[in-house]
Design a protein around this ligand. Structure first.
Ligand code: NAP
Ligand code: MG
Length: 496
């Protein structure tokens, strides 16, 4: 494909990689799909094609799983823990050495502001790899004090096997790192399946893993669509599935894993409640709540998409948020000064507009946005949008929109707001803004969520477990729990 459609802002390195060709990465080799199929990735800021990439099918899933198995049984499985840790460190270094190019590729493929790609996606990717690089030498088993004489019983921590890791399009590189870092630390091998909208940085990361010295076949990258993911989920050679994406697909994967008894972790959707108590510092609460929803154009699983404000502060908070939304600079990811990029795809734009229409129909009051920003061109842009609504049971107040749409409601008491926040099906994140330390702790305990943020929204650290309760998922990523998901315990009995 010609590079003529690529934006002028791209550096030569990013331009060269983006132009392709983009093949699958199987056993360390770039290969076309067995049946020659391809898909096209699009720049969401312009709706123009970037490049074609290989569309993997079941034969490619077979080959990738076989390559991952061979690496596990071969070079990779034979490495010492220190050597494994060293290679993960080298991958972190390779990410940092290529940070500018990776950020450009991410901004191009997702439409997110270049600065965000650099300081969040790429920087956090390196951080995540470094954190897990420290773990291989610390995976100790236990000596178990059984109540039987003449035996020695201990446990070994062994890698779970070949993993299928399926990731979404909102933070493509970072989600790849969240998946591969703990798998590599545990000594497992992987087949990574990026989302069809955003194949570029996962492919580049796969190359960097090889350049860093990680043996061929340890990290395989299968680009493709949902059917590619399903072929991996169904593959008998896969021991564990790690998935981030929609709750609907998560349910299907969980059901399939139940039948095959594969290990599974699911990081799914959310409708996260953000609660501003009457005594909150409104400057920080408004700023944090604005970032909490509109960051990454609302395309974050832990977006602060449901706002509850103490009744006597409600009007002030809503008018300040509306004013900030009106001022926000919406534009192309690679353009200077962009705060909110486009949505990822025409499909996602249509979905978000559908929710905005449903909010109007259901009687919510539109106080900011709702339309198309000036100069949007063919890109998938939607204005940062704010509704107020008294009802909790309308679709925009209950369902995950995954776009720049906030729904605000007033509340009277702590107990009331906890009950309303907990009434939904999701439980990924929740937030509280207050100066009252007692109320902060009371709400942190009452809110049904895997993560609670007090006077902040959405901080993340590789050491701090992240995940959801209820329909927001199963299991945790980051920290020790994130690693445990890639390990099996073996109990060894020795008669003395
Ligand atoms: P999705 O369908 O759940 O996609 C997530 C990943 O799963 C992608 O790699 C996708 O591949 C793959 N996949 C799709 N169907 C599959 C199947 N049957 N078996 C195995 N893998 C499969 O999410 P989406 O359609 O892109 O987004 C829809 C909604 O999901 C969003 O509007 C949002 O509400 C939610 N979402 C949540 C998160 C999150 O971080 N929790 C992230 C993204 C989206 P393809 O993309 O190639 O089809
Ligand atoms: Mg794309």
């Amino acid at each position: 494909m010609s590079t003529a459609t690529l934006p002028d802002e791209l550096s030569p390195a990013a331009r060269e990689f983006a132009a392709g060709p983009h093949r699958l990465l199987i056993g360390g080799e770039p290969v076309a799909a067995a049946d020659g199929a391809t898909l096209t990735t699009v720049d969401p800021s312009t709706a123009r094609p970037i490049a074609e990439f290989a569309h993997a099918g079941p034969a490619d899933a077979d080959a990738a799983v076989a390559a991952a198995r061979a690496a596990l049984d071969g070079d990779w499985g034979a490495l010492t823990p220190a050597a494994r840790g060293d290679l993960i460190h080298r991958l972190a270094e390779a990410v940092e050495a290529n940070a500018a190019e990776l950020a450009e590729l991410e901004s191009l493929d997702t439409g997110k502001p270049l600065k965000l790609a650099r300081i969040v996606d790429v920087a956090k990717t390196a951080e995540h790899l470094r954190y897990y690089a420290g773990w291989p030498t610390k995976l100790t088993g236990e000596v178990i004090p059984v109540s039987q004489p003449g035996v020695h019983v201990y446990s070994r921590r062994e890698p779970v096997g070949v993993c299928a890791q399926i990731i979404p399009w909102n933070f493509p590189l970072l989600m790849a790192a969240w998946k591969i870092a703990p798998a590599l630390a545990a000594g497992a091998t992987t087949v990574l399946k990026p989302a069809e909208q955003t194949p570029l940085t996962a492919l580049r990361l796969g190359q960097l893993a090889l350049e860093a010295g990680i043996p061929p076949g340890v990290v395989n990258v299968l680009t493709g669509d949902g059917a590619t993911g399903a072929a991996l989920v169904d593959h008998p050679g896969v021991a564990k599935i790690a998935f981030t994406g929609s709750t609907a697909v998560g349910r299907e994967i969980g059901a399939a894993a139940g039948r095959s008894l594969k290990r599974v972790t699911l990081e799914l959707g959310g409708k996260s409640a953000n609660v501003i108590l009457p005594d909150a510092d409104l400057d920080t609460a408004v700023k944090g709540s604005f970032q909490g929803i509109y960051y990454n154009t609302g395309q974050a699983c832990n977006a602060a998409s449901r706002l509850f404000v103490a009744a006597d502060r409600f009007d002030e908070v809503v008018s300040r948020l509306a004013e900030s939304a009106g001022r926000a600079r919406v534009g192309a990811g690679l353009a200077e000064g962009t705060q909110l990029g486009p949505l990822i795809s025409a499909e996602q734009e249509e979905r978000v507009r559908g929710y905005i229409d449903s909010g109007r129909r259901d009687g919510a009051e539109l106080v900011a946005g709702g339309g198309t920003p000036e100069g949007a061109g063919d890109g998938y842009f939607v204005e940062p949008t704010l509704f107020t609504a008294a009802a909790d049971d309308i679709a925009i107040a209950r369902e995950e929109i995954f776009g720049p749409v906030l729904v605000a409601s007033p509340f009277e008491s702590l107990e009331e707001v906890a009950a309303r926040a907990n009434a939904g099906e999701y439980g990924l994140a929740a937030g509280v803004w207050t100066r009252d330390v007692g109320n902060a702790h009371r709400l942190a305990a009452l809110l049904q969520a895997g993560n609670v943020y007090v006077n902040t929204w959405g901080p993340s650290d590789a050491a701090a477990p992240f995940g959801g309760v209820k329909a927001s998922g199963i299991g945790r990523e980051h920290g020790r729990p994130g690693l445990e998901a890639y390990l099996e315990d073996k109990t060894v009995w020795i008669a003395l």
